[in-house]
Design a protein around this ligand. Structure first.
Ligand SMILES: Cc1cc2nc3c(=O)[nH]c(=O)nc-3n(C[C@H](O)[C@H](O)[C@H](O)COP(=O)(O)OP(=O)(O)OC[C@H]3O[C@@H](n4cnc5c(N)ncnc54)[C@H](O)[C@@H]3O)c2cc1C
Length: 671
């Protein structure tokens, strides 16, 4: 059902106003699935608005074997939703009811994807066999190859198009609109910039009048300089923070080694063939095999590099005793602290830190040696082994202009995923009523999650939000007149910000790229894998200072820069709130956990040959920060409220068929 737009006049501009029951923002795997789930529940009054069809992490990111985590479904593997929920919950700082929903709906979400044509492999008996991923005791992982999430988008996207859903491509949402009802805040629509009409003289603004908003804008990848999110995935969490939506676990992100010229995770085969790590000064001189400073001999060094292949995300618990994550620390030290550049070299083997013996596969530890032998990858150099083990991994870089047989591969420890994000209840509804954050923008996971659980969570979130809105929030939207009366001041604020930014073009104010550059620099230097209280405090102050400047001084050379201006505003608020959460965690005595280290002079040294500052302690289960979840939100007068809430346990559910059936027939389930 598509209603024709109605023009509304606000602050001297004429905007088309589109009316719908449910507005979906984004076109990643989470958004597309939500649209199909709404249709399946009979809700056809929907619109999808997206910055760019084909953009985002699901569409444009991948990895060696991109993983989808689901209930184990093949042959004799014993599994149950309860067991899966327990494994999700054990990751720490995750609410039990959410873990149970993600586990309960896992098979349903997975088979929906299979039904839509995603080529997950099965055997001749129809078993979707699995393998073990990180933090997964039961082999629940599956994969459709390096581009699993892209294939999901292709299949879901085709179905969305076939169904005739109204799609507003090249529309960047710049604000969510709210109204008050019954003492609560409700979302009631959004404002977007139509990127094809920016120089129309009206700024290209478009208004949406909606009963529900499903926010599927992905993770805040644009906040980091060192990032393996695709360039197109900037994130828009600030849209929701600006209207007072509560976020939690913002301290918990995943970081890992990736190439930066072409953004790609360096996991799996890229490490298992044991490449040489080296660094240079900024100009490319002073070549050093910097890992050799911290590893005593070749066997220990090569073992750690090999294990990085399947212990890819940086893990603070795998640094001590020359664990594989010590490599991330050394790369971080080299690139961020020392301002040098780090590279993988596939043309030569690592040299022995002890200077005793040349590299040879038979001198590797048992695990690495047997793996290389069984993979038929005993070539003399890393590139030979890579091509023997996984030719497509070599070809992938060649397709992006990097020949690993001759080129050095520049690397950094990059932001890859945010486990935290906006809070939703068990129907994925935010504290802002009728707003449903799903996918990565919704932070269902805490400290750790099994690899692949992000994609499952995104599918389940859409399924739950669609069921709830179709059953409980299916009413028609208000008239455009009523909507315009409520929304006018909020839309006018966007128009004024745009007018002010374009009006300052000649005054030499702050350009959006400058603001974004400052944010990225700050986040990658003090909010990534290494965190220190004093640095975070200073960064938080600087972040709010920048936010004030962005509001007052942002200058766009032309209307075409307006999307970047709104993006800078969103990102600036987001990074300030993330830093507030980091500061609060440290203030409560939070120690190293998940994918970050908290430097602590009273802690254990991380390595015998590392600088004295590298001392840490791991957070313990009994610590205050491990027993609670940190929630934050911004009040209308810009105070950041912080609240530590109890972690809800996994519900003990009776599951008696007659009772559930009775409740179901009397519509007492969805509430
Ligand atoms: C390199 C890499 C490897 C990964 N590997 C795995 C893996 O193996 N397994 C796993 O489970 N997860 C993995 N992840 C994480 C996973 O890919 C993401 O969490 C997931 O794809 C996010 O899906 P999404 O639909 O929530 O968001 P995205 O796919 O990021 O989509 C966000 C959408 O919102 C749009 N958007 C954003 N802001 C606006 C706005 N203001 N207005 C309009 N539209 C907007 C974007 O254009 C995009 O269409 C990986 C991530 C990366 C970066």
């Amino acid at each position: 059902m598509i209603r024709p737009p109605v023009d509304i006049q606000i602050a001297g501009a004429t905007l088309p106003a589109h009316t719908t029951n449910t507005l979906i923002i984004g076109s990643g795997a989470a958004a597309l699935n939500a649209a199909l789930q709404l249709l399946a529940h009979g809700q056809r009054d929907i619109m999808l608005v997206t910055q760019r069809w084909g953009a985002g992490a699901s569409n444009e990111a991948g990895s060696d074997k991109q993983t989808y985590y689901k209930l184990a479904l093949a042959h004799g593997t014993l599994d149950s939703p309860r067991l899966m929920a327990e494994d999700l919950f054990q990751g720490g700082s995750m609410h039990g009811d959410i873990a149970l929903c993600e586990a309960q709906h896992s098979a349903q979400a997975f088979y929906h994807l299979v039904g839509r044509g995603v080529p997950f492999p099965h055997d001749r008996y129809g078993a979707y066999v699995g393998y073990r991923t990180d933090h997964d005791p039961r082999g629940r992982a599956t994969s459709a190859g390096p581009l699993t999430s892209h294939l999901m988008c292709e299949c879901l996207g085709q179905a969305v198009r076939d169904a005739g859903v109204a799609i507003f491509d090249l529309h960047q949402v710049v604000a969510l609109l709210t109204r008050e009802a019954g003492g609560e805040k409700h979302v009631c629509g959004a404002v977007a910039l139509d990127q094809r009409r920016l120089d129309s003289g009206q700024g290209g603004f478009v208004a949406f009048n909606a009963v529900n908003v499903i926010l599927a804008t992905g993770g805040p990848g644009g906040m980091y300089r060192a990032s393996v999110y695709p360039e197109s995935q900037v994130g828009s969490t600030g849209l929701a923070l600006a209207i007072g939506a509560v976020a939690h676990n913002l301290t918990e992100s995943q970081f890992g080694l990736a190439s930066i010229k072409f953004r790609w995770n360096l996991s799996g085969s890229y490490q298992q063939v044991v490449p040489r790590y080296l660094s240079t000064d900024a100009a490319g001189g002073d070549v050093r095999e910097f890992l050799n400073d911290a590893f005593p001999d070749l066997r220990t060094l090569a073992g750690a590099i090999f294990r990085k292949g399947y212990e890819w995300p940086f893990d603070s618990a795998k640094v001590q005793d020359r664990g594989s994550s010590l490599i991330d620390v050394l790369v971080y030290q080299e690139t961020v602290r020392r301002g040098r550049r780090a590279f993988l070299d596939f043309t030569r083997n690592p040299t022995d830190p002890a200077g005793r013996e040349p590299f040879a596969p038979e001198r590797l530890d048992d695990e690495a040696r047997v793996y290389l032998q069984r993979s038929g990858a005993l070539g003399a150099t890393p590139i030979e082994r890579l091509r023997q083990m996984n030719e497509p991994a070599y070809e992938l870089y060649r397709a992006h202009g990097i020949d690993l047989a001759s080129d050095l591969l520049e690397i950094a420890v990059c932001a890859q995923h945010n486990n935290g994000g906006l809070v939703g209840n068990e129907w994925w509804e935010s504290n802002i009523r009728h707003l449903f954050p799903i996918g990565e923008v919704n932070g269902t996971h805490g400290v750790r999650r099994p690899g692949g659980a992000a994609l499952n969570a995104g599918q389940v979130g859409g399924l739950r939000a669609a069921l709830f809105t179709a059953r409980r929030y299916a009413e028609p939207p208000p008239s455009v007149d009523d909507y315009a009366r409520l929304a006018t001041p909020q839309i006018a604020a966007c128009i004024e910000f745009a007018g002010q930014a374009t009006g300052q073009a000649s005054a030499g104010g702050l350009r959006p790229e400058q603001a974004i550059d400052e944010i990225q620099q700050r986040m990658s230097s003090c909010a990534a894998i290494v965190r220190e209280a004093s640095a975070v405090t200073a960064a938080t102050e600087a972040a709010w200072h920048l936010y004030d400047r962005v509001g007052r001084e942002l200058a766009c050379a032309a209307p075409q820069a307006l999307p970047a201006a709104f993006c800078a505003l969103d990102m600036c608020l987001t990074h300030a709130v993330y830093l507030e959460a980091l500061g609060e965690y440290l203030e409560q005595g939070g120690q190293s956990r998940g994918s970050y280290l908290v430097l602590d002079p009273r802690g254990e040294p991380l390595g015998t040959k590392l600088d004295e500052e590298w001392r840490c302690r791991l957070a313990q289960p009994a610590d205050f920060v491990s027993q609670k979840i940190l929630e934050v939100h911004v009040t209308p007068d810009r105070q950041v409220q912080k609240r530590w809430v109890d972690i809800r346990p996994i519900p003990d559910v009776d599951g008696w068929f007659e009772t559930v059936w009775n409740d179901y027939r009397h519509d007492r389930i969805v509430r």
